[in-house]
Design a protein around this ligand. Sequence first.
Ligand code: COA
Length: 174
Amino acid sequence: MIDIRGININIYNATDMNKSELDSLEDWFNSEFGYIEIEWAKPQWYLIMKYDNEIIGRIGIIKRRININSKNLEISGITGAIIKEQFRGKKLSKIMLQKATNFIKDKLKLKFALLLCRDEVVPIYKKCNWYIVKGPTLFEQTTGLKEYSKNTMVINLSNNIWPDGVINLKGLPW
Ligand SMILES: CC(C)(COP(=O)(O)OP(=O)(O)OC[C@H]1O[C@@H](n2cnc3c(N)ncnc32)[C@H](O)[C@@H]1OP(=O)(O)O)[C@@H](O)C(=O)NCCC(=O)NCCS
């Protein structure tokens, strides 16, 4: 049992974090997702969830001017949502996702957020009001422009409707 009062969540600008903090978050990401052969963008913000001073969750947040059907759209992205194994199944990711989208809406003042994910985790995001868009979604790698083969999900943070069409992330994916 965890006591929800011991949970604490903060969002930090990556430029205010020191190298060892950033390295340990990146190592954590790589140990969860290192098997995926994609070069990922580095987050500009990190949401950190602590329980009694121990880091138990993280989400990377990005702001990017992407293209949809060649038209610019400034959006946010979330990446590497992870809850420490022994804390999973306690609805903590739901709390983290809500905080992240509140930050994107209220502080970054953006109308959409986008994430890329594999099939297994789609239900988790659907429960938090994210939905799948058709794309296709293109992103840059050193070897050239690639198409993401799994799911692209977005969340509406205003009354605006996501414009359907080809999504070009205009850089490394997240
Ligand atoms: C994915 C992850 C962050 C979920 O964290 P969590 O705290 O265990 O999830 P929650 O307890 O908040 O669950 C949120 C909802 O999703 C559901 N859910 C959780 N895991 C699920 C799964 N594997 N499949 C389907 N639904 C799932 C829960 O039942 C809950 O729904 P409910 O409120 O209707 O019961 C965690 O399992 C994790 O860190 N996994 C490894 C990293 C990863 O794959 N991250 C996703 C990257 S895209």
